[in-house]
Design a protein around this ligand. Structure first.
Ligand SMILES: C[S@@+](CC[C@H](N)C(=O)[O-])C[C@H]1O[C@@H](n2cnc3c(N)ncnc32)[C@H](O)[C@@H]1O
Length: 149
């Protein structure tokens, strides 16, 4: 979707099958590592317009555990988004429904102008998964360097 004028960096614990397009790169990394934002930035030509996180932990089947782990990953992704996004940038992240979700959404609302809960058609209706769409990183939430690389 970005086309060759954009750049996409994929991050996963497991190797991702390489893409043929030269503007798509992937790295193996853990998004919970403390220096992950710097690692990601070192591969980017500029601050990103969008941070999109579909990461999910291995499912245990214990609902409270899976929900808490998912919110923890989503929280880590939001810190990455706040550190990396250009001012006004957008963030999209997978969450599981549960007790911790409202607090997480409040944090996202503090940082972004507009926040919506989205259930894409591709997500099974019986699944507790849904996505938070956060538009417009508020000023003061991002470094302002245009080209930090
Ligand atoms: C639902 S799958 C994502 C599928 C992907 N969107 C796709 O279309 O192929 C969740 C992924 O999150 C990754 N993941 C889980 N914890 C992670 C972490 N701490 N850091 C990076 N990736 C992680 C898993 O390795 C897994 O590939």
């Amino acid at each position: 979707m970005t086309g060759k004028h954009g750049f996409v960096l994929g991050v996963d614990l497991k190797p991702i099958e390489p893409f043929t397009q030269e503007y798509i790169r992937t790295i193996v990394a853990d998004l919970t590592e403390p220096d992950i934002a710097d690692q990601i930035l070192s591969f980017l030509p500029r601050r990103p317009d969008v941070v999109l996180c579909d990461a999910a932990p291995n499912i245990t089947g214990v609902w409270e555990v899976d929900h808490a782990r998912q919110i923890d990953l989503a929280t880590k992704a939001m810190v990455i988004a706040q550190n990396l996004l250009r001012p006004g940038g957008n963030f999209f992240v997978k969450v599981f429904q549960g007790d911790l979700l409202d607090d997480f959404i409040l944090h996202v609302k503090d940082a972004f102008e507009e926040v919506k809960i989205v259930k894409p058609p591709a997500s099974r209706s019986k699944s507790s998964e849904e996505y938070i769409l956060a538009l417009g990183l508020k000023s003061g939430q991002s470094e302002t360097n245009e080209n930090p690389a």
